[in-house]
Design a protein around this ligand. Sequence first.
Ligand SMILES: Cc1ncc(COP(=O)(O)O)c(C=O)c1O
Length: 475
Amino acid sequence: MMDKESFRKEAHKLVDWMADYLEGVEKYPVRSQVKPGEIYHQIPESAPEHPIPFEQTFKDFENILMPGITHWQHPMFMAYFNANTSYPSILGEMLTAALGAQCMIWDTSPAAAELEQKVCDWMRDLLRLPKELTGVIQDTASTATLCALITAREKYSDYAINQEGFGSMPKFRIYCSEHAHSSIEKAVKIAGFGQENLVKIKCDENFSMNAPALKEAVKKDIEEGLQPLVVVAALGTTSTLALDPLEEIGQICQQYRIWLHVDAAYAGTSAILPEYHWIHKGMDYADSYVTNPHKWMFTNFDCSLYFVKDQESLIRTFEILPEYLKTKNTDRVNNYRDWGIQLGRRFRALKLWMVLNTYGAEGIRLLYRKHIEITEVFAEKIRSHKSFRIMAPVFLNLVCFRYQPDGINDEEADALNARIMDSINNSGRAFLSHTRLNGKYVIRTCFGQSQVDWLHMDRLYKELMKTISLITTEN
Ligand SMILES: Cc1ncc(COP(=O)(O)O)c(C=O)c1O
């Protein structure tokens, strides 16, 4: 067990360790180099019967666990989308852990409820979202999308499905683009709609949803006696950061009385930049919206902002009031357990508040603009090389590209690009990920890590050249 003196001593050491780790993160291979099972087999078969000194546990953390960590805070982490942290966010998480508050209702920590309300308002205004939206912090965008689907279901049925089950309800249809995130499919399954009722709408050449095709699909479903319920529009798809045409989609939703949920998980926070406010054009049509400060916006995972137009319908869908949770203040305060799935909730607003205070909106804008400039210069290097192809419009800080020299066919290029990417990832010097666009294997690189700088972009370009030259001379 640990007494208060040992806690103080170890905590100080840990803070030093954390500062050293972040400062020296570039000495680690970006992607963990361990094999499956390598960590598991180093951990004892059963839990310890007797206390182990913390120093020993920490040694095991360093020796056994650290080799199995992929370093998301490494500036050469360019895979997927970033999950950034930052000094103020870490400090916020530390305080959250120390307070250990369960923020399920206002009474269980009024400051947590009221700060959550305030930072959601701040973010809504910073991102130029419509004033009528009300926000709540969820763990992830996946949860927020699930909440949207369930709320739409309840509103449509006048809350009867919550009460009686689906019974004789019509067959509901949900729509998203063929490039929408897998969390939508998952939410459709969990919410009880059935995966076959998720209609994936074709995209145009820029990987954005084709709005006329959406309208056709809705009309056809209505003719067949099915009930269009929700359209999920993506502002920033996972593969390419494509934007679905929000205004056109919004008009269709308005015409057919369909709930419009906007998934802006990654790209949404870019609207903190005045030059990207336009991405939210059409948001007046939206019933709900999600964006994740826990991706690009320097806030530790998890912190996902979910905004709704009709707060009442969200609460009516999720509220539950057993006797032991009744309080005197119910009508005057936000009891966030009624705003989503979880009862117990972490004090997530604290780290977001610390990030916003410490950076200021201007500090965030400065870094965002740097990441975007780095991306544009990298894209230009790729564009100007005769054997590289840019495979999707470059937006914000993501470049989708492929190496395809003359004389090799598409299949050979697929294999070659997979080999280039694997070789770079295996080297530990950078970490990239891939997608498929129009059937072709495409490398994705995202310049969004909190510490990424010009030298890292140069390093990636050189790494690509070196890897390609090694692979092509081997053949
Ligand atoms: C567009 C989009 N939506 C949703 C998600 C899921 O986010 P979360 O992990 O917060 O559920 C992602 C994850 O990358 C995403 O890119």
